[in-house]
Structure formats: C-alpha cells, structure tokens
Design a protein around this ligand. Structure first.
Ligand SMILES: [Zn+2]
Length: 109
C-alpha cells in the first residue's frame, strides 16, 4: 500500500468529491465539486506549523482546523442547511487525513 498511499490520498481529496457530487448532486455536480474542492483551504492551517510539511505527522488533532473541537463544529454545521455542503467537504477531508494517519503508522514508526 505504501506506493499507492499518495495516489489514494489525492484521489480521496480530489476524485472522491467529484464522485460524491455526481452521485448525490447530479444536476449541480460541477458547482458542488468546486465547493467540495474549496474546502481543501482548511489545509491553510498547515502554514502555522514548523516544519510546514512532515510526511509522518498526523494532521488530525495537530493543526487547529484539524482538531477534534473543529471537527465537532463541522459535525454541527451538517445541521445547518446552508452550511451542509461545506461541512460534508470538511468531514470528507478530515476522514481522508485520518485514514492517511492510520496508513502511515507502520511507515513512520
Ligand atoms: Zn488536511
């Protein structure tokens, strides 16, 4: 899986939103895909970290916008119809990052 992990990671960040948009929001799939992709901006919190990138660092609960309290807020946003799509994008992002942490454990320890 090690060689495939980056491909899997980027598929989850960029490919999966397209599939979700096509499957659940067919008439507006392009706009929905764009909104889901824009939730990637949550990674701007990595700019606060030193070093900026560390392949063996788990983003979840390290970066402020990837913390458990932030994730709790994203879950609450699911209940506000106007925020739901952004919440879905953010939670898909968090799930992808968490999956990456689990897949990295053996590689980095
Ligand atoms: Zn992230």
């Amino acid at each position: 899986m090690y060689g495939l992990q980056p491909a899997f990671h980027y598929f989850c960040h960029f490919g999966l939103p397209v599939l979700v948009a096509l499957w659940f929001f067919k008439p507006h799939w392009k706009k929905v895909t764009l909104i889901l992709w824009l939730t990637m901006l949550v990674d701007l919190d990595h700019l606060l970290a030193t070093p900026l990138f560390d392949a063996c660092r788990c983003s979840i609960n390290f970066h402020p916008l990837h913390s458990y309290p932030a994730i709790g807020i994203y879950i609450l946003l699911l209940f506000i119809p106007k925020c739901r799509l952004v919440a879905i994008g953010l939670l898909m992002h968090m799930a992808t990052d968490q999956l990456d942490c689990w897949l990295s454990v053996r590689l980095c320890s």
